[in-house]
Design a protein around this ligand. Structure first.
Ligand SMILES: C[C@@]1(CC(=O)O)c2cc3[nH]c(cc4nc(cc5[nH]c(cc(n2)[C@H]1CCC(=O)O)[C@@](C)(CC(=O)O)[C@@H]5CCC(=O)O)C(CC(=O)O)=C4CCC(=O)O)c(CCC(=O)O)c3CC(=O)O
Ligand SMILES: NC(=O)C1=CN([C@@H]2O[C@H](COP(=O)(O)OP(=O)(O)OC[C@H]3O[C@@H](n4cnc5c(N)ncnc54)[C@H](O)[C@@H]3O)[C@@H](O)[C@H]2O)C=CC1
Length: 238
């Protein structure tokens, strides 16, 4: 596999920024979205799904955002953006239809050392927003590095079709098995990984779909047996 850093051809600089992907914990964090159109609404929805506190600054908002405001999940400053609006923000989104305002929002964010996303200008984004498919703890975030957002969306839709909701149940089950492995297997990472790999080879998803009731304890034992059979010493006291 080629691990080299993407090198931009000078004539095509924007399509090959080597973005660094992360999953941020924004629960309870204060975020500001400037603008109230459909793009702002999409960014707000993503933030709410992740548990952020959201303030929207915009003289008008979409019907969808109005619902969010009325139900109390978003606070709205129903006015134009003014310098100082980003104070205390953890993340900032500039999503107005006015390029000069978006630029001013970016400049204030920069001055405050806050990460900013600018909807109409990938060159002035500290981060871009991926297309996301969620299945409980399992998340797929797709980015084209700003090259073709519609492709990111297409791939997200394909992932949603390919990975049904039972993947969330399967992921939770593996998480519980992992807790048991961590508590009980005294060996090193290699021993623990072997049991967890074995758990992944038990066809659990198909069995869950077939209606089998599986609990972490029984899966743990089964995985341990599979490892024992393969001759590996898990170093565990059962
Ligand atoms: C760089 C980035 C910055 C950012 O927004 O973070 C950016 C930038 C721009 N998008 C533009 C247009 C469109 N964007 C979408 C859709 C989405 N755009 C999203 C992200 C991103 N868009 C970031 C890069 C993501 C990546 O790496 O690929 C998604 C994934 C996530 C989200 O927004 O939540 C979400 C799909 C969510 C989903 O459904 O899964 C559609 C389609 C649609 O709306 O159905 C169109 C119309 C078609 C078209 O023009 O391509 C324009 C031109 C504006 C103009 O011409 O005025 C710019 C500006 C520019 O490229 O210069
Ligand atoms: N990144 C992305 O995913 C996409 C980006 N875009 C770009 O995003 C921008 C916004 O797109 P839409 O939501 O469709 O636009 P829109 O025209 O529906 O909404 C713009 C919003 O900004 C508000 N606004 C305007 N001036 C303001 C100010 N000074 N202070 C606060 N709010 C202000 C308006 O009241 C309105 O609510 C456009 O520049 C568009 O080119 C468009 C499509 C996708």
């Amino acid at each position: 596999m080629d691990n080299s850093v993407a090198v931009c051809a000078p004539e095509k600089p924007r399509t090959c920024t080597p973005y660094y992907p992360v999953f941020l914990d924004v629960r309870g964090r204060f975020t500001v979205v400037v603008g109230g159109g459909s793009v702002a609404e999409r960014k707000v929805d993503g933030l709410l799904k992740a548990g952020a506190r959201v303030r929207v600054v915009s003289p008008d908002v979409t019907a969808g955002l109005e619902v969010r405001v009325n139900e109390g999940s978003v606070t709205l400053e129903r006015r134009l953006y003014g310098e100082g609006d980003l104070k205390g923000a953890f993340l900032v989104y500039a999503a107005t239809d006015d390029a000069a305002i978006n630029e001013a929002v970016y400049a204030e964010a920069e001055a405050r050392g806050v990460l900013a996303n600018v909807a109409d200008d990938p060159q002035h984004c500290n981060f871009i927003v991926p297309s996301v498919a969620r299945r409980g703890s399992l998340q797929f975030a797709v980015s084209t590095g700003g090259a073709a957002p519609v492709l990111a969306k297409r791939l997200r839709c394909e992932l949603e079709e390919r990975y049904s909701d039972d993947w969330a149940v399967y992921t939770d089950l593996l998480s519980e098995v992992r807790m048991l492995v961590r508590d009980r297997i005294s060996g090193g990472e290699t021993e623990r990984a072997a049991v967890l790999e074995a758990a992944c080879d038990l066809g659990l998803l198909g069995r869950l779909r077939a209606g089998e009731v599986l609990d972490a304890e029984s899966v743990y034992i089964e995985a341990l047996d599979a490892v024992d059979e393969s001759g590996f010493k898990a170093g565990e006291s059962r």
